[in-house]
Design a protein around this ligand. Sequence first.
Ligand SMILES: NC(=O)c1ccc[n+]([C@@H]2O[C@H](COP(=O)([O-])OP(=O)(O)OC[C@H]3O[C@@H](n4cnc5c(N)ncnc54)[C@H](O)[C@@H]3O)[C@@H](O)[C@H]2O)c1
Length: 443
Amino acid sequence: MTLSTSPIVEDPRRFTYTLFMSATQSICIIGLGYVGLPLAHAFATAGYAVSGFDISTSRIEELSAGRDGTLELSATQLKEVNIRYSSDPAVIKDADFVILAIPTPIDDQNNPDLTPVIKASQTVGKNLKKGTIVIYESTVYPGVTEELCGKILEEQSGLVCGTDFTLAYSPERINPGDKEHTVTKIVKIVSGQDQRTLDAVAELYGSIIKAGVHRAPSIKVAEMAKAIENAQRDINIAFINEVAMLCGKIGIPTKDVLEAAGTKWNFLRFSPGLVGGHCIGVDPYYLVEKAKQLGMQTHVIAAGRGVNDGIPAYIADSIVEKLGGAKGKRVLVLGLTFKEDIPDTRNSKAQVVVKELIRRGAEVEVHDPFLAPEAIKKLGFVPGSLEQGLFDAILLLVTHTQYREMPLQSFVDATKDGGLIYDLKSILDGRKIEASGKAYLAL
Ligand SMILES: NC(=O)c1ccc[n+]([C@@H]2O[C@H](COP(=O)([O-])OP(=O)(O)OC[C@H]3O[C@@H](n4cnc5c(N)ncnc54)[C@H](O)[C@@H]3O)[C@@H](O)[C@H]2O)c1
């Protein structure tokens, strides 16, 4: 693939840019997870020479064998493109554009853990050639790309940032498991440390993103924009979770309240739930940290996190109260991944609910259509299934399609008379469940 950007002659760095802007473009994606792989596929489909580097040899092996464990790409999609997968960082040396899609988790104290981004930047720095544009896609707080990563790249490469190579930032906005809003259908925010880089990156992404690109005026603006998108969702869900807890105390169904309030044109439609995964439940902590660095305390952002992090314990308490105690109660949890229809269990709050119930004395078994019994055991839980009823309580925590499509009777039949069906997302018919002699509870 050749980009058409013509060199700007008055640019003192024109030699470097002229060289690579007129050559066949090659891209190396660092980190082939939920974000990196679909991106690599999109660029390869458009005809770019794409290589993918990942430190996980098992990930490289499965992709080379035509399998994607994240289920973002089908075997057919993997087969239709030619991507050079490698765990040898030497592939970075060939790239005109290096794109990092590296995890940005939090630690046990909810502080941003930038170790993976730092390590990946060191690897890129050691293998950086002159003239490369290094684009970060990971979600970070403003300043990470330029003030942290840029310096690491300079130290490791011996090159000068802004002259020998330049930095760009373009946050990923995909939604894991969402087959409708895929990478090329979402407007891409692009930013660069100078006008030339911004133009090149806008053109690069513009060539694959059907929804178009938005040019942010600076890297920090783009970093901030991404972080607040997720923080905004977190806060809205926190508000509804608090409303749900209040509805529980009052004794009215949250779903009915939201249905009534939702008839107003400007009522924002959010539903209560567990906020897990590696985006919405994590990114606000990056803003909390940035504020802390600047001597500012976040109130709304931190409060939203506090409410949402407290929901697993609240759910466990509500269930135990309804069951009249937890000791010896046989409970089946349906759904352990962090959201529906994906196999990802990282930072899954359903797991926290299970742990909270076990801590209170319940005997919990777990089923998830995306996890084999062995995988459930590996996570430290006991596998179970509806077929192994009767249970004192069945908890539908993650609404995988398989559960949505099940007849109500399957849940009812596996629950003891007088037992409880807990329907976190209110997808079951509570009145029918109660008519069958079982208790019903939702968030
Ligand atoms: N998952 C999403 O839908 C989503 C959406 C928007 C933004 N994001 C953000 O994108 C970033 C990446 O997320 P993800 O979900 O793709 O993560 P992921 O965990 O699915 O994938 C990351 C990959 O990077 C690899 N890796 C880790 N350290 C490495 C290193 N030093 N060198 C090379 N490879 C390395 C891992 O082995 C893994 O395969 C994060 O900042 C995340 O917040 C994710």
